[in-house]
Design a binder for this molecule. Sequence first.
Ligand code: SAH
Length: 359
Amino acid sequence: MERRDIKSFTLTELETAMRELGEKPFRARQLYQWMHEKLAGSFDEMTSLSKELRRKLFEQFLYVSLKPVCEKVSKFDGTRKYLFALEDGHVIESVLMRYSYGNSVCVSSQVGCRMGCTFCASTLDGLERNLRASEMLDQVYRIQAMTGERVSHVVVMGSGEPLDNYDSLLRFIRIISGEGGLRLGQRNITVSTCGVAPAIRRLAEEKLSVTLALSLHAPDDATRKTLMPIAKTYALSDVLEACRFYFEKTGRRVTFEYSLVKGVNDRLSDARALAALLKGQRGHVNLIPVNPVRERDYVQSDRRSVEAFQGCLEKSGVNATIRRELGRDIDGACGQLRRRYIDSVKTPDEGGGEGGRSE
Ligand code: SAH
């Protein structure tokens, strides 16, 4: 029988499991605190639990604890990118970004991705599997434990489509923001989606106050379809309607992400079309020059076009910021470091040096 994944349990589920083991409810709270507040790396570290109980737990439950296999530190901005190994040998990546308002961790939600966005490295080999809630949580836990610095913000913007792994995402949000855990404010949690309209509507009804980010990347369906296959399933009108519903239900303004690709979506006519499209939406636009991926031939918009694009949006009354690119020198964009790592394991002669720690 597969051992149950204890770090994904809610406190209530843990209380039930401990009762089944003949333990008192306060033990469940102790154990929960060891996992989600003290960030223990194993049952062995839980010294306030008896050896006997720790042995029982070890036998009956899986204890997810990610193993760092590579850490890269940007020379420019202190951004750190981590590769973690999972129990089954897959690797995932997470990023720590330092801002004036606190430390933010970018969390992966799946191993690989099946959404197929043409500019993104995470999707090149398709989806391997969903991450468990515990595997999402432990990305934050290990980074906080290793750096000794509090993580105050989380963006679910790493590899994977979070709304394609809905149940784990919800557990992740509830545990990381709930009592007995890190108690991150839900307002400090951002979930980024390529635009799975029905799942956006479902999320809106969960009585959460997390921020929703929509990867928009184009002002019209035709262009969007060339960049994002999901656009063939859900039209912009449907997705934007879902975003309006999200705002109505949660009061949270939506962030619209827009990666600028030279000659594809970065012209002034695109900016004007985008402004028209977003009229009446409560939210703002984040502009980011596309990060060139080795396997694709997209070219980044130049600084002047990015600024002109922003100026045009602002003139039309749409709030837009140009996002700083962090970690450019450490394969900062989605899925790039994992990709390099997998390549280097496949062909050690060529890709060698990527597997180590570099500063
Ligand atoms: N699947 C989710 C979250 C993961 S991607 C989503 O689509 O939103 C996180 C963000 O990075 C998305 O906005 C995605 O479109 C963007 N992204 C991926 N690869 C990129 C690249 N090479 N350059 C710029 N942005 C990229």
